[in-house]
Structure formats: C-alpha cells, structure tokens
Design a protein. Structure first.
Length: 142
C-alpha cells in the first residue's frame, strides 16, 4: 500500500517550506502527498466533526492554495490529493483528519510560524497541538 504523507497548508511561507519537505520525503518513498487546509471560518459545531468540504464549497483562497500545491507536487511527478476541512480550530481539524483511520495518514508535515511563547500561551499553537495529539509521526518545519 502506498504511503500517505499529509502536509498542512495555510499559505504561509513556513507552510510552503513544509510542502517542500513533504515533496522530499515523498520522492524518497514514492508516497502520495495529501495537502490539507483547514478553513476556520465555520461554526464551532463543525469543529467536532471537521467535515471534508466538497470542491464546489471551497472558498477562493483555499482553491488557490490547494491548486498551487498540486501544481508544485505534480511537477515532481508525484501524486497529490487536496482536501479542505470546514472547521473552527485548525489544530483540532487537522488532528481529527489525520487520526481518522479511513484517511490512512502515515506521516504529517507541518510548518511552524514560530509565533513565540506569549502568543502561544494565549492562542495556542497549531503545530504544537498537532505534534502532541496526532497518532502519526510529525515533522515540524521552521
């Protein structure tokens, strides 16, 4: 069975560095890259189930983000699957997706913005949350 590497995409430069690292890993192991974006503009209710949104419900930002990632991955002759989750809190959304056995995630790559201790104390850190709550191995790229 082909390995599946999940890369968390939010459009930041560190997220794009994470995509580059996922591409590197995927080339070494002939893996599929699953690019996942959490659209956090939904209600708190959706965070409980973190639904995968059908393509027609993707917002323009998410559509561009996933399409740009897909082009970059496919240029390297690798397979890419883009997913947008309609949720409320990125860390919970991404971890819920990754921990769902039906998604078969073998590894997670996430960029860290490195916002620092004061902001992390009040707002939490997505990469820190995923690192501690995901069942699959996590690579944090800075």
């Amino acid at each position: 069975m082909t390995k599946r590497i999940m890369v968390c995409l939010d459009g930041s430069k560190n997220s794009l560095r994470g995509l580059d690292k996922a591409i590197s890993f995927a080339k070494e192991s002939d893996s599929v890259i699953v690019g996942v974006h959490s659209d956090t503009s939904f209600s708190a209710f959706s965070a409980v189930r973190a639904p995968i949104l059908p393509t027609k419900k993707w917002k323009q930002k998410a559509r561009k983000l996933i399409n740009d990632a897909k082009k970059k991955v496919e240029k390297k002759n690798l397979e890419f699957l883009g997913v947008v989750i309609g949720g409320h809190t990125s860390g919970i959304d991404l971890t819920t997706f990754a921990n769902n056995p039906s998604n078969r995630i073998d590894q997670i790559v996430i960029g860290s913005r490195g916002m620092g201790f004061p902001k992390e104390l009040f707002f939490g850190s997505t990469s820190n949350f995923v690192l501690h709550k995901a069942k699959a191995p996590v690579t944090v790229v800075k």
